[in-house]
Each structure stands twice: as structure tokens, then as C-alpha cells.
Design a protein around this ligand. Sequence first.
Ligand code: PGA
Length: 244
Amino acid sequence: MAILAANWKMNGSLALVQAFADAQSYWHESLHELIFFPPFPLITPLQQALPNQYIGAQNVSDHEQGAYTGEVSAVMLQEQGVTHVIVGHSERRQYYGESNNIVAAKAIQAQAHGLVPVICIGEKLSDRENQITNDVLALQLQALVDAGVTLAHEQCLIAYEPVWAIGTGLAASPEDIAKAHLFIHEYIAQRSSATALPALLYGGSVNVTNLASIIAVPYVSGALIGGASLKVDEFAKMTQMLSD
Ligand code: PGA
């Protein structure tokens, strides 16, 4: 069963929640595992609208609690019934200066409080052009290993999101995705003591047209979908596409 993760980013409204509620029949019939990541204020409305689906958050503090104005802790999310949290999205790394160490600390917080972190990694266009994609991925993964993040099945998800593919309409090719996912799989396999490794998602301009070819790639267990997850009809079609 493939995982379809919908990252709404700073988009959406109560009207969009209602539109997804109205399309419920699609979600009930889906053979994919669906995880929705709305902005914080829409978490509770979406939980009520889609009671049978996983609802995640897009961010979590790297601290346990305290004087961190504007932050939300893992324990608060867990109390609210949130199941997953995105950490290390490239927009957080780029616009909010989140380092590999901060991303790892967020993943640690999430796991300490029973949330599944969806840890995003990926190279920038300049990294790709300089042919250092694997070096960048290795640094991002090694920070998780060094911090003691549990890299095991159902304890986290790893999303490979090449930065140049996010929101550009230009998804990575199945060949590029295959190379990156094999590298990530082997890197984790050599460093994790887990018997079952985390599922790997691909993200970056996934849509109804390219989804099937992407989830057919070895070591791709699903997709993290931004723009296309805001279009109810398109997302509904994706939930009806079977991968297994
Ligand atoms: P996109 O975003 O599907 O709009 O490219 C993916 C993401 O940022 O997670």
C-alpha cells in the first residue's frame, strides 16, 4: 500500500476542509495510506472532517517546552491526536535557517512523543549541477544518525525531495529518483540496527500524470505532494490509483 502525504503548506481554509469532507467517498475507498498535513489551525477541523485519515503537522519545535514564543511542542501535537510531523522541509531549511542539527532535534522530539517524523532531505540545483547530490544526502542523513534518530520502519518516514523539483512542475525522472532512493536505502541500511528500514517517499512536482511512474520506482513507498494535494479532484484521482 503506497503512502500519499498531502502537504498543504501555508494554504487552505475552512472552505478547503469542507471540500475535502464532501469528497469523503474517495478517501474511504482508497487503498493508499493517506496522511494530510494542513496548517496548524486547520488540524482540528480536518480531523473532524476526515476522521478515518491520519492528520499530521507541518512543523514541531526542537525543544520540549518553555519560553519559545510561536513554537508548538511535540507533546501538544500528540495530545491533539496528530500522528505525523514534517521536519526538515526545504522551505524550512531555506527560509527559516533550519540546519541539519535542528532538523535532527525536531525528529528526536517527535519520536520521543510518539509522532512519526517525515524527514525531508534533498539537494539544491547547484548541488545537482556540481554532482554532489549523494554528498548532500549523506550529510543530511548522518546528522540524523549522530543525533540518535531511530531510523526504523514506522518510526519515521524519509522523503527525498530535490529542492529544484519542488513547486516547479519539473519532477525528477524515475532514473534520478531510483538512484537517490537506492543511495538513501543503502546509507540507512549500513547505519541502522533496525530489522525493517523506514519507508521512503519522493516529493517534488508529483501530480496525477506522473504519480504511477514514480511510485513504481524501487524503494519508493509513496509520495509527498504539495500543489496537487490542494486540488480536491486531482488528489481524489490520485487516491484511486493503485500501486500494488
Ligand atoms: P510540490 O511540493 O508537490 O508542490 O512540488 C512538494 C513538497 O514541497 O512537499
